[in-house]
Design a protein around this ligand. Structure first.
Ligand code: SF4
Length: 463
């Protein structure tokens, strides 16, 4: 899964505080410093295939020093870069990589950014300890998201070859996407071989360090472990870890979570057998419905996804089912329908079946909802407001869900550019059309048939 855009809030170990989100920011975080976020200490996303890490899915990933791993496997998390960011947060400076949060907070309107959600899940004492700890010291992780490799049967439009082996095959077969002027990081021009440093069967020192840290220490200290990918249920290392849990029943209190695209290829029988007796959450991604969803998430069979979702919920083996919605320019048309479907499921299966989060896509910028012309953006904003008016006070909607819908409405209303380094709008429009024209050819899709509400605007873009 493409983590830059995916939500990874560990919502199931929520700190029991009576404060609402804004009060928590003002009374717990801002009293330490104006930029304090516990994720820098206690949370990590680690890509073992590429040997990279970040503190949450928003800041860009950085390299792990493999020399340090020889004596300290916890160096897959405690990197020099994170230690400098910790110091900056203790001093109230804003690390640049955390721009996602600063942008939300700078909207005003008492906006609550992810640093609240990603700090609120830890005990207050742990937050105080992090704030006071000398920044050079190593910290034990409490929540960890890990990707073993990039094997994935999907090639979603907002993903790229660094996170999907199917995307790699698109570039190998058809060559680079051409004439994209805003693709400064070259997401769509090459196969990102550095994302997968070791071939199948070769020894990967980062994977080795993880299992070493896991078997000596992590299994005792980690509160929640989220396995992601690629599609993690297509990785042998995921099944190895699930086997560890099966063979060591009761040895670890770590709560397990798996991010899965729940595609029809996923071996649900094996999964249901493996998770028997485990405390587990499943996270999956979806942000639209039907053909539009299948267009955005290439490889998806929407009906199969729905059936897998329901089968897992009805197994009653899960602590929670979570749907992460990556908010992009193409999903807004059917997003309200999808959210209504989730509310209906909640009515039938309970408040956590499913939970949902709305995570606003920033990269690639030309797929941001902000590339849409003002009248279309305004239309979607009004649709979402109508949805919130209908469901916002329902007893089954959770506070973070209500806030996420509200912040998307505000985002569509107030924010004009996807991020500070973005290109101007004509360049983003050019790339929007250039990209989807090529995507249509390579993937046998049809933009204008699938998104008829965007056709006249799309046709008007000159490339
Ligand atoms: S401040 Fe925001 S972007 Fe930075 S680590 Fe915390 S949640 Fe992530």
């Amino acid at each position: 899964m493409f983590l830059e855009n995916f939500q990874s809030s560990f919502t199931n170990i929520l700190n029991k505080t009576s404060m609402n989100d804004l009060e928590f920011r003002q009374q717990v975080l801002d009293t330490k410093s104006a930029s304090f976020c516990a994720a820098k200490w206690y949370n990590a996303t680690i890509w073992l295939g590429s040997g990279q890490t970040t503190s949450c899915h928003h800041p860009p990933a950085h390299k792990i020093d493999d020399e340090l791993l020889k004596t300290n496997p916890s160096a897959i998390h405690n990197t020099v870069e994170k230690k400098i960011d910790r110091l900056n947060m203790q001093l109230g400076n804003r690390p640049k990589g955390c721009e996602y949060c600063w942008k939300i907070e700078d909207m005003g309107r008492d906006a609550v950014s992810d640093r609240v959600y990603k700090s609120k899940i830890y005990p207050l004492e742990a937050l105080n300890e992090a704030y006071q700890k000398p920044h050079q010291e190593d910290v034990n992780l409490r929540t960890l998201e890990i990707a073993f490799d990039r094997t994935c049967q999907f090639a979603c439009s907002y993903c790229n070859p660094a996170f999907s082996s199917t995307w790699v095959r698109d570039i190998q077969r058809n060559g680079p996407y051409e004439r994209l002027v805003s693709d400064g990081r070259n997401h769509f021009t090459h196969t990102h071989d550095r994302a997968q440093l070791y071939r199948f069967g070769e020894t990967n020192p980062y994977v080795e360090a993880f299992f070493k840290w896991w078997e000596t220490d992590l299994y005792r200290t980690l509160q929640e472990l989220r396995i992601t990918g690629g599609e993690p249920l297509m990785s042998g290392e995921t099944w190895k870890l699930l086997d560890w849990f099966k063979e060591n029943k009761g040895k670890s209190q770590t709560k397990l979570a798996i991010n899965s695209n729940l595609g029809k290829e996923v071996d649900l029988d094996r999964l249901l057998d493996s998770i028997d007796g485990l405390d587990i959450d499943i996270y999956t991604s979806m942000e639209s419905t039907g053909q539009q969803a299948e267009y955005i998430r290439d490889g998806l069979n929407y009906s199969a996804w729905v059936m897998n979702l329901i089968r897992l919920i009805e197994s009653r083996k899960l602590r929670g089912m979570h749907v992460m919605c990556t908010i992009n320019a193409l999903c807004l048309d059917t997003l309200p329908n999808l959210l209504t479907t989730f509310m209906r499921y909640k009515q039938y299966y309970g408040q956590d079946f499913p939970n949902f989060t709305l995570n606003i896509l920033r990269f690639p910028s030309f797929q941001s909802p902000l590339v849409l012309p003002p009248e279309i953006r305004n239309h979607h904003k009004n649709q979402l407001q109508a949805w919130l008016d209908q469901w916002g006070s329902n007893e089954l909607i959770q506070e973070h869900e209500r806030n996420h819908v509200q912040r998307l409405i505000d985002y569509l209303d107030v924010v004009k550019t996807p991020h500070s380094d973005t290109f101007d709008m004509p360049a983003l429009h050019n790339d929007f059309k250039q990209f989807y024209q090529q995507y249509d050819q390579r993937r046998n899709k049809n933009f204008t048939k699938t998104f008829s509400h965007l056709t006249s605007w799309y046709d008007s873009i000159q490339v």
